[in-house]
Design a protein around this ligand. Structure first.
Ligand SMILES: Cc1cc2nc3c(=O)[nH]c(=O)nc-3n(C[C@H](O)[C@H](O)[C@H](O)COP(=O)(O)O)c2cc1C
Ligand code: SF4
Length: 584
């Protein structure tokens, strides 16, 4: 079937023209998106818009992730041929269907592909006076057809399934997920919501920061920086105003924990941001949310509006005379937009590129003013710290790693999803919590911390999940990614995908990262295809040299970690032969 598709030259020519054609159609139809071809593709819908939108509306289908964690990359070899093209399939299908298809045979085959492996993810935007967005997890031919008939799939129906522990009374961060109505302020208050804000207002900002210091809380966005220290640095700045940014971009591949909190406990994030704003002397907070999370955006906007109406945000929070308000900004759609200084640029309306440090955000951040940036999960810990006290919080966890941590399990586990565990649990314990490996296959490796993280071997599952223990073991928890690969996964292919990801996502501002990510990918391709320059060891030496330049010479964390996973594949997994490992 694949060969016949490839031979259909007319068909492929047709595909190449799709973007241009449909962008043009969208422009001519005067849709509200202006026919601006962004990350996705626009389709004029000749049958009228979904949900009663006017006929001239268009559909945009952006294809999800295409990142190394995607299950698509881990499915059987029959699909691997599709490689880079695989995420074009829904586009092809929809476009073909709307144009009555290039040929009935091609349509039939594409349809069959969908039925065989419906794991393509997509973000659908129906443009119009009020654009409607849907995230579609498992796009199938049936769903694609019904979209064309004007029926949008239900919003995020599968999201609850991503928290298998929901309802467990021992949960802290996830305790409200699935147990309260996330759109109801009354439900939130009934579950002890807003008690912490009232307490924080009584205590005053300085006392709140003392508790956060004492709690030992460190950032959950990847860098594990002490939160109390960051807050104090901003509070002590004389320059005004101060800003708060909640980093909800969640751009690290394999991470989806923040999405669960934003979608299922949105008032907790609003309350936590308000406490953080009051403690650090900010009157304005920005919530920088990943644009590909339409339901999270909607729920957060609803929570902010409801809180404002109830006097929990605005010029006089809870009658205290203190002002704090929140504005949502949608993420720019690039990995780099999650980096804290790139967020500043993005919010200010510039290209989302990192800034040089110093000056650090605490001194000169957003609009050149003192700014505190915190991850969603970091902030979600704040109400509990205020209510139970920093010392009590610090008693939970393991050593210096206090509290609980959210981990995103995906790949070769029976029950993928977000899990909350106390620090100190082993990797084996966490994987068992997720049901273990399907079919009891042996585990080949686990990617910890996402693309910016490192691989550990299947025989290293006794690793303790705490900041100290993973540092000692030469790995990282990063943003909480635990991506498991059983013995069937082609790890060389995964490593190539990681290299391609960094090459794509480098913003290109500094030379070591811009050139290094390309050279790194080229060397890996040469090794994989057996066309090395010199020996494999020569290529590995080159990779090491390029990796060291990126680590030492890059402006931001992207370039500094672009070699981490690859280096661990070489040295820890011995992926390119035992001799490569012997070099370590
Ligand atoms: C390339 C890159 C992408 C990042 N993406 C995110 C992200 O999506 N979410 C996040 O919270 N932190 C992200 N970070 C880390 C942030 O720069 C920053 O350290 C974090 O938001 C600080 O919050 P925390 O102290 O609460 O962890 C990223 C860093 C880099 C280098
Ligand atoms: S390290 Fe890479 S992503 Fe970061 S600023 Fe430099 S080029 Fe851009």
């Amino acid at each position: 079937m694949h060969d016949s598709l490839l031979r259909d030259v007319a068909f492929w020519r047709f595909l190449l023209n799709i973007d241009r054609e449909f962008a043009k159609n969208a422009r001519e139809d005067g849709c509200s998106c202006g026919g601006h071809l962004h990350a996705g593709n626009y389709f004029r819908n000749p049958r009228g818009g979904p949900d009663g939108l006017p006929k001239e509306c268009c559909l945009r289908l952006s294809l999800c992730c295409d990142r190394e964690g995607c299950r698509k990359r881990l499915t059987p070899p029959s699909v691997r041929f599709l490689g880079a093209k695989v995420y074009l399939l829904p586009v092809i299908f929809l476009a073909a269907a709307m144009r009555q298809g290039p040929s009935p045979r091609a349509m039939h085959e594409l349809s069959a592909l969908f039925s065989a492996d419906p794991t393509v993810g997509a973000l659908l935007t129906a443009a119009g006076p009020e654009p409607v967005e849907r995230q579609i997890g498992h796009l199938t031919a049936t769903i694609a057809r019904s979209i064309l008939d004007g029926v949008l799939p239900a919003q995020d129906a599968a999201a609850d399934a991503l928290v298998p522990q929901r309802g467990d009374p021992s949960l802290r961060l996830l305790r409200r997920v699935g147990t309260i109505d996330p759109t109801s302020l009354a439900d939130y208050r009934a579950s002890n919501g807003y008690a912490a804000l009232a307490r924080a207002l009584e205590m005053g900002g300085e006392a709140v920061i003392r508790e956060v210091d004492e709690s030992g809380l460190v950032g959950r966005g990847g860098a594990a920086f002490p939160t109390g220290r960051k807050w104090r640095a901003v509070r002590s700045q004389a320059a005004e105003p101060h800003y708060l940014v909640c980093n909800a971009d969640e751009s690290e591949p394999g991470t989806f924990k923040d999405r669960m909190l934003l979608t299922h406990d949105p008032f907790a994030i609003v309350e936590a941001m308000t406490i953080a704003g009051i403690a650090t002397g900010c009157e304005k907070g920005f919530l920088y949310v990943r644009a590909e999370y339409p339901l999270a955006n909607e729920r957060m906007q609803h929570a902010i509006d409801s809180a404002r109406t109830a006097g929990l945000l605005g010029p006089d929070v809870l009658g205290s005379g203190t002002a704090f308000d929140i504005e949502i900004r949608r993420g720019g759609g690039a990995y780099i937009c999650g980096e804290e200084t790139a967020i500043f640029n993005s919010i200010e309306g510039y290209r989302g590129e990192p800034r040089n440090k110093p000056p650090f955000p605490a001194q000169a951040g957003l609009f050149g003013k003192p700014t505190v940036v915190n991850n969603v999960e970091t902030l979600a810990n704040i109400p509990a710290i205020v209510l139970e006290g920093g010392a009590a919080f610090a008693r939970g966890g393991n050593g210096q790693s206090t509290g609980t941590r959210l981990f995103c399990l995906s790949g070769a586990v029976r029950n993928p999803g977000v899990y909350e565990i106390p620090f100190g649990t082993t990797l084996r314990g966490l994987i068992s919590l997720a049901g273990g490996v399907p079919d009891d296959r042996p585990l080949q490796a686990v990617l910890l911390g996402g693309a910016a993280g490192t691989f550990v071997r299947g025989d290293e599952l006794d690793l303790v999940l705490s900041h100290e223990a993973v540092r000692e073991a030469g790995t990282t928890l990063g943003s909480g990614v635990v991506l498991a690969f059983d013995d069937r996964a082609d790890l060389r292919d995964v490593v190539l995908r990681i290299a391609a990801f960094f090459r794509d996502e480098s913003c290109g501002q500094c030379v070591p990262c811009r050139v290094g990510t390309v050279r790194q990918e080229e060397a890996l391709h040469r090794i994989s295809s057996g066309r090395t320059i010199g020996t494999v060891l020569d290529e590995l030496a080159l990779l090491d040299e390029v990796g060291a330049s990126m680590k030492d010479g890059s402006i931001c964390g992207l370039g500094q970690t672009a070699y981490s996973a690859i280096e661990s594949a070489v040295r820890r997994l011995h992926l390119y032969g035992p001799s490569s490992g012997a070099r370590a």
